[in-house]
Design a protein around this ligand. Structure first.
Ligand code: PEP
Ligand code: MG
Length: 763
C-alpha cells in the first residue's frame, strides 16, 4: 500500500500542471483501490465553494462546473468536520445534495477526506462505489494518508501556478504568500532579481583537453583575476561589514592559494581535462563532502566554495573563449533572490538597489543572514517553496520581521506595505534625532539600555555614543568565523579591543556558547538533539583547556581596566557554576601572578549566569549565593519553556516570547532577583522590542540589553511611556489567555500612546 501511495504522489509531482496531475491521481486511485469513482474538489475561499477539479467516475463535463458551497452537501460536510466521512448509502444521508451534472445516481458508498495543509482545508478527495457498503479501515487509512501528501503537492503546485500566472489556482487569486525564516528585520518592496541564471559550475559539461600547459596557464590566470576581484569586493564592503565577517573573504583567499584548490585542479588537468572541467570535478567533490556533513555551518561552506568557483569559471571561460559573462546589473529596486545567497553576491550588488534578500536555502545562522543584518538589509531565509527563476522580475513584498514573502501582491496590499515602509523611515528619522536623550519614562523611571555585541562594528559605532556598556558580548561569533580555535594571544587581542572600546563602561563577556544552532566548523558535534545536548557551559566544562584559555585571555585583556564581567551560558544547575568559578579562580590566580610581576592592575571580574534553562527558575536563591549577577536569555528560555525549536519553521508559529507562561516566568525572575538583591538584565530579543521592553519595565527590570539597531528605538519608546501604565499593561498581559491576547493589549496601548508605528517593528 505504501509503495502504491508513494508512486501516486511521485507521479503527481512530476506533472507540472496541477489540473492534469489531479486527474492522474484520481484515475490511479480508482484503479488501485478498485472503486467506481475517485474525485478531487479544491476550495475556493473567495467564493466559499468547493470546485470539482478532477474525477474518474463522475461525469467529466462536470469538472470546473460543479461548485458546492462550504456548508452544502457531503463535500461541504467533510470540509466543515475536517475529518473523513464514511457512509454506506450517501443518498440517505440528511446532508446529501443532488447535483444532476455529476451523474452520481448509481453510487451509494461514499468516503470523503479533507485535504489539509497547515490547518487550512485545501479541498476534499472522495471515493465512491455503486455497492452499498462501508469502506474498510484500510481504505480509509489509505485515503487519509494520500490526502496529507496531496496537500503538500497542491500547495507547491498552487505556488508554481500563481507564479506562472496560471489560472487553475484554487483560490483564483494571483497574489501568493510564502513563508521562510526571518533572517534580518525590516520591510522591503522590490522586483525579484536572480543571479542564478549566470554561469554555473554545476551545469558545465566536462571536456577533455590536449594542450595541458595552456589549460594550466588559463587556470592560473583565472585565479589571479579572481583574487583581484575578491579583493575589490571585500574592499567595497569595507565600510558596511564588521571585521569578523571579512573572514569569509579570508576563506576565499585560502582556497585561491596555489597549495589549496590549485594543486588538485592542476593534477586533474594533467589527467587531460580542460581547466573548467578540472575545476568542476575537484570542487564538486569538495562541496559534496561539505554539504553532506550534518553540521549546518559546514554545509554553508559548500555554498562559499561553489560561489568562488563560479567566479573562477567565469574567468576561465572568458580567457578561453573571450565570452563576456559579466553579471547582469540591477537598475531598479530589487530583492536579490538566489538558491544560496553568498557574501560576494551581496558585495557586488549595487547597494542603492538592494532592498531585500531571499535565500531559498540557509537559515538565520548563515553568513548571508549575518551580513544582511550587519548591512541593515531585510532578509528572509530558507524560502523553500519557490525557486529564483520563478521570482525573477516579479514584484515582491518582503517582511524580514516575520519571514513572510508576498509575490505579485494585490494593489491595495502593496499600497499599505509601501505606507508602512514610509512610516518606518519617518519614525527612524525622528528616533535618530532624539537618540542622545536620557532613557527615562515620563514619570521618571530610569532605564539602562545596553548592547548585545559580537560583531565589532556594532560596538564601535554605538557603544561609544550611547554609553551604557555591553550587556552581552557573544564570544562565539568570532570563534564561528575562524578556521580553528583562536589562540590565547588572538583572543587577548580581540577582547582587549572590545574592553578598550568602552573603558568606562561594563562589558559582559559570555564564555563560549557553541553547540545547538551554533556549531564550530572545526569542532563538529553530531547529536540527535543538539539543543538538548552538548551546548554552552556543558561543553566548555568538559574541555577545561578551552575554557581556561578563554578566561585567561579575558583576564589578560582586562589588565589595567576595571570593566570586565564574565557570564556563563546554559547553566542548568549549581554544580556547573561551582565548577566554572573554580576554573575562573584558577585562571585568575595565574594571571594575577603575572600581573604582580609586571605591576599591572588586575581587577577580579564579577561573575554572572544566563537564566535560560527553566530549571534555574526554581533555584534562584541558591544561585544568587554563588554569582554577582543574572542575565535572562529569553530566546532560549522561550524555546525550552515552550519546547519549541527556535529555528524550526514548522513550529515557528508556536515560538513566542509573549506567551503568558513565558511572561510569568520573566516576572518571577525579576521579583526573586530583587528579593535576593542581585542585579538582573534581560538580553534576549524581547528586550529590544517595543512591547517587550514596556512589559519588562512594568515587571521591574531596569537593565535591558539589545542589538545595536534597536537601541535608539527602545530609548524613544521608554521616553514616551510611563511606568504606572506599563504596570497596568503587564497585569493585562499576565492574565491573558494567549500570546495573541497579549499582542492585542500591547497594540492597543501603543496606539493609544501614538506609538502605533512601532507595532510592526517587533511587538
Ligand atoms: C538568549 O538565549 O536569549 C540569548 C541571549 O542567547 P543566544 O540568543 O545567543 O542563545
Ligand atoms: Mg541563549
Amino acid at each position: 500500500m505504501l509503495t502504491t501511495l508513494k508512486r501516486i504522489v511521485q507521479e503527481m509531482s512530476q506533472i507540472p500542471a496541477l489540473e492534469q496531475a489531479l486527474f492522474r491521481v484520481a484515475s490511479r486511485v480508482k484503479q488501485v483501490m478498485q472503486v467506481d469513482s475517485c474525485s478531487i474538489y479544491l476550495a475556493d475561499y473567495e467564493h466559499q465553494e468547493f470546485i470539482l477539479k478532477a474525477t474518474d467516475g463522475l461525469h467529466p463535463g462536470a469538472v470546473d462546473q460543479v461548485r458546492i458551497g462550504f456548508s452544502e452537501g457531503l463535500i461541504g460536510l467533510v470540509g466543515q468536520r475536517e475529518e473523513p466521512l464514511n457512509i454506506q448509502n450517501a443518498h440517505e444521508h440528511p446532508r446529501f445534495k443532488h447535483y444532476p451534472e455529476v451523474h452520481e445516481e448509481n453510487y451509494k458508498a461514499f468516503l470523503g477526506t479533507p485535504i489539509i495543509h497547515q490547518r487550512n482545508v485545501l479541498g476534499v478527495i472522495t471515493m465512491q462505489q455503486a455497492k452499498m457498503r462501508f469502506f474498510s479501515e484500510d481504505e480509509e487509512a489509505f485515503l487519509v494518508t494520500l490526502a496529507a501528501q496531496l496537500a503538500l503537492e497542491i500547495t507547491n503546485a498552487e505556488i508554481r501556478g500563481a507564479l506562472s500566472n496560471n489560472d487553475i489556482v484554487p483560490s483564483g487569486v494571483r497574489q501568493k504568500k510564502v513563508m521562510g525564516i526571518a533572517g534580518s528585520p525590516g520591510l522591503a518592496i522590490g522586483h525579484g532579481f536572480s543571479t542564478d541564471s549566470t554561469v554555473d559550475l554545476r551545469r558545465l559539461v566536462v571536456k577533455r583537453a590536449d594542450d595541458l600547459q595552456r589549460e594550466v596557464q588559463i587556470y592560473r590566470k583565472a585565479v589571479e583575476i579572481t583574487r583581484k576581484q575578491v579583493d575589490e569586493l571585500s574592499g567595497s564592503l569595507e565600510e558596511s561589514i564588521p571585521e569578523d565577517v571579512k573572514a569569509i573573504f579570508q576563506l576565499y583567499h585560502h582556497l585561491l592559494d596555489a597549495n589549496s584548490l590549485g594543486r588538485e585542479v592542476e593534477a586533474k588537468i594533467q589527467e587531460k581535462w580542460c581547466a573548467g572541467s578540472s575545476l568542476k570535478m575537484v570542487v564538486e567533490d569538495y562541496a559534496a563532502r561539505f554539504a553532506n556533513m550534518d553540521d549546518p555551518y559546514m554545509q554553508e561552506r559548500a555554498i562559499d566554495i561553489i560561489d568562488l568557483s563560479n567566479r573562477i569559471l567565469v574567468n576561465i571561460l572568458q580567457l578561453t573563449r573571450g565570452e563576456d559573462h559579466a553579471l547582469p546589473n540591477a537598475t531598479r529596486d530589487s530583492i536579490l533572490v538566489a538558491e544560496e545567497v553568498s557574501a560576494t553576491m551581496l558585495a557586488e550588488f549595487p547597494r542603492e538597489y538592494l532592498k531585500g534578500i531571499i535565500s531559498i536555502r540557509g537559515s538565520n545562522n548563515s553568513h548571508a543572514a549575518i551580513l544582511a543584518r550587519a548591512m541593515g538589509v531585510p532578509a528572509v531565509m530558507g524560502c523553500q517553496n519557490v525557486s529564483p527563476s520563478l521570482l525573477e522580475n516579479k514584484e515582491i513584498l518582503l517582511d524580514g520581521y516575520s519571514g513572510e514573502v508576498l509575490i505579485s501582491p494585490d494593489k491595495s496590499i502593496r499600497q499599505s506595505f509601501a505606507q508602512l515602509i514610509e512610516e518606518e523611515d519617518l519614525l527612524s528619522e525622528r528616533i535618530d534625532a532624539e537618540a542622545d536623550k536620557a532613557c527615562e519614562t515620563q514619570d521618571g523611571c530610569r532605564m539602562s539600555l545596553l548592547i548585545n555585541a559580537g560583531l565589532s562594528v556594532e560596538i564601535e559605532t554605538v557603544a561609544r555614543s550611547q554609553g551604557n556598556g555591553i550587556g552581552l558580548y557573544r564570544t562565539e561569533i568570532p570563534f564561528m568565523l575562524r578556521e580553528s580555535f583562536p589562540s590565547e594571544k588572538e583572543q587577548i587581542k580581540l577582547y582587549s579591543e572590545v574592553l578598550h572600546c568602552v573603558p568606562e563602561q561594563q562589558v559582559t563577556m559570555r564564555t563560549l556558547d557553541v553547540g545547538g544552532d551554533k556549531p564550530l566548523p572545526y569542532f563538529p558535534i553530531n547529536e540527535e538533539n543538539p539543543f538538548l545536548g552538548w551546548r554552552g557551559v556543558r561543553l566548555t566544562l568538559d574541555h577545561p583547556e578551552i575554557f581556561l584559555v578563554q578566561i585567561r585571555a579575558m583576564l589578560k585583556a582586562s589588565l589595567g581596566l576595571k570593566n570586565l564581567q564574565i557570564m556563563l551560558p546554559m547553566i542548568s544547575s549549581v554544580n556547573e557554576v561551582q565548577e566554572a568559578t573554580r576554573l575562573i579562580d584558577q585562571a585568575f590566580f595565574e594571571v594575577r601572578e603575572e600581573a604582580n610581576e609586571t605591576g599591572q592592575l588586575l581587577v577580579k571580574p564579577k561573575i554572572g549566569v544566563m537564566l535560560e534553562v527553566p530549571s534555574v527558575l526554581y533555584q534562584l536563591p541558591q544561585l544568587a549565593k554563588h554569582v554577582d549577577f543574572f542575565s535572562v536569555g529569553s530566546n532560549d528560555l522561550t524555546q525550552y519553556l515552550l519546547a519549541v525549536d527556535r529555528n524550526n519553521t514548522r513550529v515557528a508559529g508556536l515560538y513566542n516570547s509573549y506567551h503568558p507562561a513565558v511572561l510569568s516566568a520573566l516576572y518571577d525572575i525579576v521579583r526573586q532577583a530583587d528579593a535576593n538583591n542581585i542585579p538582573v538584565t534581560v538580553c534576549g530579543e524581547i528586550a529590544g522590542e517595543p512591547g517587550g521592553a514596556i512589559l519588562l519595565m512594568g515587571m521591574g527590570y531596569r537593565r535591558l540589553s539589545m542589538n545595536a539597531h534597536n537601541l535608539r528605538k527602545i530609548n524613544w519608546v521608554v521616553r514616551n511611556v510611563n511606568l504606572q501604565e506599563s504596570k497596568n499593561l503587564l497585569s493585562c498581559a499576565l492574565t491573558a489567555h494567549t500570546h495573541q491576547d497579549v499582542y492585542a493589549h500591547i497594540n492597543d496601548y501603543l496606539e493609544q500612546k501614538g506609538l502605533g508605528g512601532l507595532i510592526r517593528a517587533g511587538s
